[in-house]
Design a protein around this ligand. Sequence first.
Ligand SMILES: Cc1cc2nc3c(=O)[nH]c(=O)nc-3n(C[C@H](O)[C@H](O)[C@H](O)COP(=O)(O)OP(=O)(O)OC[C@H]3O[C@@H](n4cnc5c(N)ncnc54)[C@H](O)[C@@H]3O)c2cc1C
Length: 393
Amino acid sequence: MSTSVVILGAGYAGAHAARRALAQGATVTVVDPDGHHAFTPRFAAVAAGRAPVGDLAAPLDGLLDVEVVADLAVAIDPDERTVTLGSGSTLRYEALVVTTGADAAAPPVEGLAAHGHGLASVEDTVAVRELVRRLAGPDTDGGPLGLIVIGGGATGVQLAAEIAHHRPTVPVTLVEQQPRLLPTEPGPLRRGARRILRAAGVEVLLGRAVARVDADGLELADGTWLDGVVVWAGGWRARGSALLPDVPTENGRLRVGPDLTVRGLDGVFAAGDTAAHHDPFGGELPMSAQIAAQAGEVAGHNAVAWAAGRHHRRALLLELGRVLDLGGGVGVARVGPVRLARRPLDRLVPALHLAIDLRHLWQLGGVTGVLRHGPGRAQTVARDGVRHLRAVG
Ligand SMILES: Cc1cc2nc3c(=O)[nH]c(=O)nc-3n(C[C@H](O)[C@H](O)[C@H](O)COP(=O)(O)OP(=O)(O)OC[C@H]3O[C@@H](n4cnc5c(N)ncnc54)[C@H](O)[C@@H]3O)c2cc1C
């Protein structure tokens, strides 16, 4: 009988864990609230209105031969080897992979939770897209006229640039409390992104903290008032520790061993944003789709190996680069030592972004995956899972 692997979460880590476990003949069940695999790197383009809503996500069982349980995992019992679901039912596993990702972690700024919008989920993105569409239209119902993005990391930069390029009538302001954008990126990428934002007409405010947010805009710590709809594109907080409260964490992410076993729990693995991953030199790796996919592959392999009593693979995770499509046919990227951030090389970045996107689809769903869910194609798929996405877009 084949090994039964249960995976919690259908994101980048979960999908790649499922792919690897399937390749070894396991029976795979994936638990996820709506059973969709969300393509987060496409969110900014969809929010801006450049890409269709169907680009946001695909039903995981349309890409991989897995059973999807549309539910939320609420508790894990490692002794009984069961997962309790929000519906009250339980699932038994031989090996478990926790890939529940991260939530947007907004700072305790007055009014931000009540009035700020996010870009952390498909629903968030559809809501921002609608706001942007209204701001770009002739009738704004007397509401704010512009958009303010808080957070000068990759998501904020991408969102601000995409909207400015695609909706040039919408004034866009990007506020970052650090003195620089993309603080973890090398100088050429930071400068390239700044140049592209400037050319697109985004007002960039650096070293400016936000003190208060309301429905009409925000107040900076120095008392300046900015009028606009506020979108928070800041930090993230891992989710796995809610399911495994006794497991030690590192910056909120579950501590895992070199083979991605959750420390102290036989047969339980964790991968992606929810786990603390390190490069071969011990440096903590960022939360990213590429690391989640790499880690998912190892966790999926080791889950099956553990159940079969076979040797575990050590996770050798590497950040290979960073690719930011900024809309308007330009972007910034680094691939190993190569930087694409100056003209005219910045024009290669969208093609690179597309190639990575298609490779991911190819790995999960082969030719069918690419044909059904490549950018702009999801509207041709008549599955219940994406119907609600198309309805709004
Ligand atoms: C707007 C945006 C743009 C991004 N752009 C890029 C990019 O260009 N490049 C890049 O490398 N990274 C990018 N990232 C980061 C990247 O999306 C994440 O690092 C990556 O998705 C992590 O994969 P994951 O599988 O760990 O988590 P996720 O992909 O977030 O998947 C987690 C899944 O778990 C599910 N889940 C949560 N709780 C439970 C539960 N209790 N039970 C069952 N299921 C649960 C969630 O619904 C979700 O489907 C971006 C992120 C955002 C938000």
